[in-house]
Design a protein around this ligand. Structure first.
Ligand code: PEP
Length: 254
């Protein structure tokens, strides 16, 4: 059976001490309330990674991830952080393809394909995001958009490599807006994504792939979303900044 995951994306929030203290709260609550077969991932800013990865080293449930890596190996790239450096903090995951990085940092499919390869080369598992804008959904051609986003970034991988990837469907119009895809809308897309994976790899690989939903997910809407057959958990932005909300979403996996 594929893994059920709730991943938090703290984005560019929280000072050092604030992050450490939120993570401690989450870790304590999750260790008390989550089941061992669940996977919880906290994707923090770089400044927290080493500390929180150490804190969670003995947790069977909680892992840590970054929100970006450089496309380069090492060297004169001022301000960048490489996949190897992220791995050296103890982190195991990295969010790639997030719509904010696509929109504000001009990350396109070509660049993202390189970053996916960098992540895997350095034993970081990508949490790879795809999703359509409001205009693309309204124009009705968003299936092609999603298909292209997959084909040009993760479908070049071998089956073994692809098994390391967690996918996240994040409709851009639902991120940070308070608008959520209905469970039916989300399920329709998740089933489409799984079918695309089956066509590119095989059904077994498709069935083993964890596909998260992201976009204004909260403790209220998570139960209906996570009840859908092809939704395997969530990628949580705003609600991951409050320990109670985040852990209440994690409990929905039970
Ligand atoms: C996200 O940034 O990945 C996200 C899903 O944000 P929010 O939950 O705040 O919409």
């Amino acid at each position: 059976m594929r893994k059920k995951i709730v991943a938090g994306n703290w984005k560019m929030n929280l000072g050092y001490e604030e992050g450490i203290s939120l993570f401690s709260e989450i870790l304590n609550m999750v260790n008390d309330e989550a089941r061992g077969d669940q996977q919880v991932i906290v994707c923090s800013p770089f400044i927290h990674l080493h500390h929180i990865a150490k804190q969670s080293a003995n947790s069977a449930v909680v892992s840590v991830g970054a929100q970006n890596i450089s496309q380069h190996d090492a060297g004169a790239y001022t301000g960048e952080v490489s996949a190897k450096q992220v791995k050296s903090t103890g982190a195991d995951y990295v969010i790639l393809g997030h719509s904010e990085r696509r929109a504000y940092f001009a990350e396109d499919e070509k660049l993202l394909e390189i970053k996916v390869d960098q992540a895997l080369k350095n034993r970081l598992k990508p949490i790879f995001c795809i999703g359509e804008t409001k205009e693309e959904r309204e124009a009705g051609d968003f299936w092609d958009v999603l298909s292209k986003q997959l084909k040009e970034t993760v479908f070049h991988l071998s089956e073994e490599e692809f098994k390391q990837v967690v996918l996240a469907y994040e409709p851009v119009w639902a991120i940070g807006t308070g608008l959520t895809a209905t469970p039916e809308q989300a399920q329709e897309v998740h089933a489409f994504i799984r079918n695309e994976i089956a066509n590119n790899f095989d059904q077994e690989t498709a069935d083993a792939t964890t596909i998260l939903y992201g976009g204004s997910c909260n403790p209220k809407n998570a139960p209906d979303l996570f009840a859908q057959a092809d939704i395997d958990g969530g990628l949580i932005g705003g609600a991951s900044l409050k320990s109670r909300d985040f852990v209440d979403i994690i409990k929905v996996l039970n």
